[in-house]
Each structure stands twice: as C-alpha cells, then as structure tokens.
Design a protein around this ligand. Sequence first.
Ligand code: SF4
Length: 685
Amino acid sequence: LLDPAPIATTTTTTCGYCGIGCTLDVHVRDGQVAAITPVHGAPVNRGHACVKGRFAHAFAGSRERLTAPLIRRGDALEEASWDEALGLVAARLTAIRDRHGGQAVAMISSARATNEENYLAQKFLRTVVGSNSIDNCSRLCHAPSAAGLTASFGLAGGTNPLDDLDHADCILLAGANPTEAHPVVGARITQRVLAGARLVVVDPRRTTLAALADVHLRGRPGSNVAVFHGLARLLLDGGYTDEEFLTRRATGLAELTELLRDYPPERVAELAAVPASDLATAARLYGQAEHPAIVYGLGITEHAHGTDGVRTLANLAILRGAVGTPGCCGVLTLRGQNNVQGASDMGALPDLLPGYQPLADPAARQRVARVWGQPVPERPGLRIPQMFDAAIAGRLRALYVIGEDIAQTDPDSGHVRAALDACEFVVCHDLFLSQTAAHADVVLPAVSFLEKDGTFVNFDRRFQRVRPALAPPGQATSDFDILRRLAHAMGADLGCPTPAAAMAECAAVAPLFAGISHDRLDREGPLHWPCRGPRDTGQAVLYLDRFATADGRAALAARPYLPPGEQPDTAFPYVLVTGRRLEHYNSGSMTRRTPNTTLLAEETLDLSAADAAALGIDDGTPVAVTSRRATVTLPARITDELAPGEVFTAFHFPDPATNSLTSAHTDTATGCPEYKVTAVALRPT
Ligand code: SF4
C-alpha cells in the first residue's frame, strides 16, 4: 500500500489460514496481491489479523504454482490438457468402480476448500462413484469434538460465539496455544486477562498464555481426562455446582459422582503430575466465576482418548450450568484449518450426510435422495486411517485427495506413503507439487482461497463469504469446477452450476442450514448455524431452551481415565508433543512460499534446559530423534516452555519428516490420531 501506484481492486473475503475466519480486504495491483488489511468492523477480528492472514500471501504468485494438469508417464509427471487428464481420471475411476464396486474408491476432501466444494465432493463420491468413503482432515484434529460435543450437548460445534469471551470472568484454556495457532483469539484472551479475568491453563507446555495464567496445570501429556475428573470432583466437593441446572437440564450426575470417587485430588496429582493445590485453585477459580468460559484446542482432541477428553471437559461446564444459559460463555472449540468445521458440516464424512444427518437414518437418506434424484449408498464408508489400511490390504484401489498433503501431515507417514504406493490410482488437486502429489498418477492444478468463490464456516459456526480477489494462474481452476467437469466426463451431472446454487441445494437437504444463502450472506453478513429458514437470523448461542440431545438434556459423561496409546520406556524415555508455530501453517505449502520463512526458516526440537544439560546438548546442536518408527534430526532449541522429559516440534516443513515419528494410535471413538504423545529417544549428533 506504500507504493504510490493505484490499487486496481479491493475484495473483502475470509482468511484462508486458521479456523478463526478473520475478514480481510485483499488489495490487488497488476494482478498480484499488493497488501492485505484486516477489516475494522468485522465481527470476528474487529480490525486485527495475524502474521499469516495479513502477510503470508506471496505464495499466490509463486513460480512453483501448478498451472496445468500433470499425468504420470513412467517416473515423471508431465503436463497434459484438461481433456486428457479428466478423461484419464474418469476412465480409471469408472473401470475400478465397475470392476470392484464403489467401495474400492475413497476420497479425502479438504478443509481448505469451500463449503460448496465440499458439498459437491461428497455428492460426487456418493452419487457418481457410489461410495461413502469420504472423509476430511477433521478426522485428524477435531473429530473428537464433533463426537464429544454431540454426545454431551447435541450438536457438533462450539456452543457460544467468540464475543462471549468479552464478559468471561474466568477462562479455562485447555490444550491450546492460540497465541501461535489462532493469534486473533490469543490476543482477545490476553486483553480479557489484562482487564481482570482469571485464567486457568491446562497444557504440558508453558505457553505465552500459561505464563500469564493464575494457575497453570502442567499435566503430563495424555493426562487430560484425569485432570478434568479432578476438577469435576473438586467442583462437586466444593459446592460449586448449579443444582437447579443439573436437576432440570442434565443427566448422568449419579454415574459421574460414583466414578469421581476414584479421582480424589491426591490421585489425580499422581496420575497427571500436577500439584493438588493447583487443582484446588483452578477448581475454585472456575467454580466461583459468574461467567466461566472454556476454550480448547487440539491438545484435548489429538489423543488416544480424545473424545473422552472433550466429554470430560464438557462435564465441567455442565456441572457449573455454564452452557445453554443466558449470559453463559459456554465451550469454544478452536478449529484448526479455515474450513474444517464446514467440511464436516457439508457431509464430507463417511457416516454423516450434510448437516450431520446420520447416514444410518433412512429418513435422512430419503430427504437427501429426493433432492439429488438418486439414492444415497447405505454402507458406511472408510475413515482416513482405515483408507490407508484398506489400500495396503488391497481392498482400496483408488484414492482421490483434494488439497491435503497427507504424506506430510498425517501420522506415521511411512505407512501413508506405503498406502499411496499400494493404490492402483491416485489423483490429487493442489496448488503445488506436494509430498502427496509426488505419489499421484494425476495432479490437477487447483486454486487458493484468494481465487475462490463460496463460503467457509469458522470455529464459532459462522458462515462467511469467500470472494475471488485474483484470477487463477494458467489453467488452474477451482475444486468446484474440476468436480463438475469430472462428473460430466463420467457421464453424470452434479447440477449446481454455481457455488451459490450448491449452497442453495445444501440448504434444501440439510435442515440445520436451511436459511443460508449467498444472497443473505452478501446482504446481511455472516450467519451462525443452526439457521433453519429464510427469516431465522441464526443461533450464536446454543441450547438456551433445550439441548439438542434426544431427551433435550446435557449428558454428563462418566468415562474413566485411560493412559495414552504410546508410553515412554527405557528405550524411548522422552515424550514428543507436536503442534503449530506462529509463522507457519500446517504443511507450510503456503507460508513456506512467503517471506514468513525469514521469520522461521527451519523446524527445531524444543527441550528443557535440564534435559539438554543431561544429554550434552546446546542450542542448535543437531539431535537425532528416534521413535518406534523412524529417526529424524532436528536442531535443538532450549526453552523453559518444556518440562523435563518432554520435547516439542511441529510439522510445517517436509524435511525432516516429523510425522514419520508419530504413531498410528488413534482415538478409540473417532480414529483421530494421537499426535500429542509419541515416545522418543534423543541423541546429539
Ligand atoms: Fe487468518 Fe487465523 Fe490469523 Fe485470523 S488469526 S488472520 S483467520 S490465520
């Protein structure tokens, strides 16, 4: 903007990085982004933005962008025309479907894609291929939130809007580091604490907000359920519960009370390695607050018992009557990717249709089939980890991946690469030649959020418009366009000629979104779901009348604490926790192609000074990190953020391949990987 040359266009759109969904103005000059500025009156970000949304846009003009379809010929991927590439994909998918059945084909849809693209993706797989094996990366992050929140409250989303944090007088922040991963929310929490709110942080790492907290419950990785049981027991014993709410609006108190007999503070202190006195202080702060809020992230979900973590955290809000009541702040879930909420909302899931309608429900299938004009396949599909196992077992022949770099970001990446190589046919859409694209038979050039038209749903269930600010490079085109053209090449018609038409069709099949349309979003601004009709203005706060469970009551969960899937031992004595860095985003495919690399150019292994001294490691020393699956080498970064015995890194860079270390252990309820607990050995090299 400092350049005196005039800006040609300014487009208001939604950030394509994290799930907070900041509204941004994209200023374009000479066909390139000149600057991005946050919109001052925007409801989510109120004029704020972070180093990713505001500055990490140079990737859009990168010379490495894919600009033409690629087809594998021998060992090389070579440019081809769209007709040739789509003809090949259509012929191979048709042959595999006809020979082995639709179940032999699976699709991983994208949390980076719009709602309309996700809607079309699941419609394509269900109607053209005849398979329900569609999943999205919420499987790897917040599937336990969807399952846990649905079981506790009735719907698969956070209960309250971000603005409710403005009147929270105590914030319980669990398993999240929003200062780095969701910076606009991190700033809102900091502002609230500086204004006097109390802060309790549950996290193995001493994050920026943990350092600011009244109490930091620094439990050992994998101990969340024990910590939440300890807090629940102290809420009950201290008389901090809302008896009237529990009697009228909740179930399961007797079973939970019985279970909590086994979780006195002294035992929890031992299980989780947190001082009992800190547990008592945390329970008192959350228990005495008039407007207590819970905010949580992947540190709760990405565990072998992640759904139990969500449910036992939700217990605390139910015990306090701090959810579904006027003035409450409820439970906010910090979703990772820009549209990971929307990808699930749209039914890119193997057992749920758009709007979380169970595939197993004949009435739901009929409702969808009536609009589609053809039946919905009944057999539930494969989850992402099951897809890899099925490919290796020879039961899955073709894998279609939209905008995800599974070879880099999914756990136990050696297993993922073996699965990709075992498939007869792999297709992917991407902006760049990713680690996954390198295993593909056909790579189709897609477009970024700066070139897309549609909507995203953010972490507090807000539908927001996404508008194209740039023309796509070369022959790249949207996932929406690719799917429609591919269906046509397979002799089918997906309908939905425009993203607005796809949203209208989604509103017709999914009662939760019946009132959502592009017209309304353009006229009225963002709308929260549920939004059940054209005059419904959407529900920002859920459950004020009744919970959406079968009996209308919130369900307390009596689930025992179980240890993580992977445990340290003498051979692998340290626990590796993986997470995110401020400067980069997920696989890093976008942020690594921007000047953000000048802020953080490589990954590090973070460890405590005590462990570094014991191992003879200095800052920068290359450290070989070995898990039960692989070894990678990372430079050491000595920090007080980690407790002795625990180390941390992220997976924003393809090299070293952090996820070759992580395990195949998954949440027993949802299949979400246990990214947060990996037993490792360390050796300075
Ligand atoms: Fe984008 Fe998230 Fe940063 Fe907002 S906080 S600008 S949505 S990355």
